[in-house]
Structures are given as C-alpha cells and as structure tokens.
Design a protein around this ligand. Sequence first.
Ligand code: TYD
Length: 137
Amino acid sequence: MKTTTIKNVSILDIPKIIDSQRRGNLCVIENKVLPYKVERVYYLFDVPSDASRGGHSHIACHEFLVAISGSFDVIVKDGKNTKTVTLNKPDKGLLIVDGIWRELDNFSSGAVCLVLASEKYNEEDYIREYASFLESK
Ligand code: TYD
C-alpha cells in the first residue's frame, strides 16, 4: 500500500543566476536540488489548451515538473485529497513523489513542461486506471 499523500507534493525553488550585465537568467538543476538522481528527462510541448495529459500514478517513479515556458495546471490526488498547482515560473518546479495521481491541463500557448524523472521509462510502473490507483492506496 502506498502511503504518500499530497502533503508530500511540494514546490521546490530552482537556483537562479541573475546576470549582472542584464543578459537574462540561468537556472541550474543539479542533483542537490532533488531528493533523487535524475534518470530520464522528457518534455511536453504543443499541448492544445483543451487537452489533458497525465492521468496516471507511478508505483516507484518520482517526477519533478517545471514550466520552462508558459503555464499549465497540475491536479494531484492521493485518493483522499486533491490540490491544483499552477506552474508558470521557470525557477520553480513541482516534486511529485510516487503513489500520487496527476493530471495536467489548461496549457497556455507555447507552454513547455519539462519532467525530470527518477526512473527509466517502464510502462509497468504506471497505474493508468483511477479505480486501480484507489485500490493501491
Ligand atoms: P503518457 O504517459 O500517456 O503521457 P502523459 O502522461 O504525459 O500524458 O505517454 C505518451 C506515450 O509516450 C506513451 O505511449 C508512452 C510514451 N512514453 C515513452 O515512450 N517514454 C517516456 O519516457 C514517456 C514519459 C512516455
């Protein structure tokens, strides 16, 4: 049984280097920013504003989501409670631990969702049916 809750889902600051000569900002995600070693990086882009992504939980994988451009909403559920987090800053990310249902929607034009995952892609790590997710909790 997975005991993680949405209290374990948190916004983390990404260290930002502001250029002294006004050449723009630079954000760095090193291993010390995240409580796991990054095994995989992927990103969602060109998502229509009426589309929904996610709709699953992971058995073992932890993910860190960053709106490196634009904005979108992330709805997280633990089977008892739900919260919606709007990601719209490239220097803040949402850490979603294992055993949490997530849905992503309301993508703005040009939004890019960067995901840093703790595990290699493995379809067996997904729970894609909400009823099965509830059973796993
Ligand atoms: P899916 O998990 O449905 O996307 P999302 O949860 O973001 O809406 O993945 C879409 C497809 O991409 C699905 O066929 C699995 C595949 N995929 C990979 O091959 N590797 C990956 O790392 C990811 C995240 C997905």
